[in-house]
Design a protein around this ligand. Structure first.
Ligand code: CP
Length: 326
């Protein structure tokens, strides 16, 4: 496919191709810090209609690390205020000569709409509560680096078994979390056992109906998890809040020192961010030795470099690096 819209429809082999390319590009750029010229002459447009710190800046850095130019569009301050539509805005930016459009929008399906309307590649940087595929990829890359088979990049392994035997819980506001959905589909494709944990008001019964384990108390599952991915409760997407309040949520779902003492000794603590200290995670856990939250951020640049690179139609990094496009 020439777009990256979601992880639900990607096969294990396609996920593996992006993840192993990300690892390769991370090494080639000295941990995502050094600039190389694989994509010089190309341009990436970031079209953000919702706020972002991590995704927007790391897409921008990913393009720049590979030598591409970027166009930064925010709906605030743009001609959207004069009535220009989402599609007309995207077509206008595309007409400036861009090769990829990265889009974040509050409405599910908007990247899929652009994929039909534009000639260039479209990457979903988060569409409402639907999916956030590069977040799912960067989370999975972080798990593989810490808990994957030693030779996980080897093409001889079955990608659908890369995370076999690994129990990963997505904890929190599942109903409003695009990160949860992308993780759930990606982790399942790679063979992980996924637990979906959150308040009954924020976890659809559909997950259990289609075969996922659902838990409503973190205390019931914390001892057998290899990885916890702690989601932010998204009050801004809720019309009413019958349950839980922030206080109830913290009591039932926050990863804190007490729950850490009952967890596996090598548990991996993750969060897509932004984190609310004291709500889904306490500072001692967020800043503690099991936390890989900032590694996730760096891996965001790696997977976004890989996505841009693979969608550019190229495949052989070594050959392209010695003879970059002009
Ligand atoms: N995780 C994530 O998507 O963060 P931002 O909203 O800051 O991009």
């Amino acid at each position: 496919d020439r777009h990256l819209l979601d992880l639900e429809r990607l096969q294990a082999a396609e996920l593996f191709a992006i993840l192993s390319t990300a690892e390769q590009l991370k090494a080639l750029t000295d941990g995502c810090r050094r600039k190389i010229s694989l994509l010089s002459g190309k341009t990436c447009a970031n079209l953000f209609f919702e706020n972002s710190t991590r995704t927007r800046n790391s897409f921008s850095l990913a393009a720049k690390r590979l030598g591409a130019d970027t166009v930064e569009f925010s709906s605030a301050g743009s001609s959207v205020a004069k009535g220009e539509t989402f599609v007309d805005t995207a077509k206008t930016i595309e007409a400036m000569g861009v090769d990829w459009v990265v889009t974040r929008h509050q409405t599910p399906g908007t990247p899929h709409l652009l994929a039909r309307e534009l000639g260039c590649s479209v990457l979903n940087a988060g569409d409402g509560p639907h999916e956030h595929p590069t977040q799912g990829l960067l989370d999975i890359l972080t798990i593989l680096q810490h808990r994957g088979p030693r030779d996980w990049q080897s093409a001889s392994l079955d990608p659908s078994q890369l995370l076999a035997g690994m129990t990963v819980a997505m904890v929190g506001d599942i109903a409003h979390s695009r990160t949860a959905r992308s993780n759930i589909w990606g982790l399942k494709s790679l063979g992980a056992d996924v637990i979906i944990c959150g308040p009954p008001t924020l976890v659809s019964p559909r997950w259990e109906e289609i075969g996922f384990e659902v838990a409503h108390r973190l205390d019931d599952i914390v001892e057998r998890c290899d990885v916890l991915n702690l989601l932010r409760i998204q009050f801004e997407r809720q019309q009413t809040r019958p349950f839980p309040s922030v206080r109830e949520y913290a009591a039932l779902y926050a990863m804190n020192g007490d729950r850490m003492r009952r967890a596996k000794s090598d548990i991996l603590i993750m969060a897509p961010g932004p984190i609310n200290r004291g709500v889904e995670i306490t500072p001692e856990v967020a800043d503690g030795p099991h936390s890989v939250i900032l590694e996730q951020v760096t891996n965001g640049i790696a997977v976004r470099m890989a996505a841009l690179w693979l969608l550019s139609g190229a495949s052989d990094i070594a050959a392209s690096e010695s003879n970059p496009p002009r």
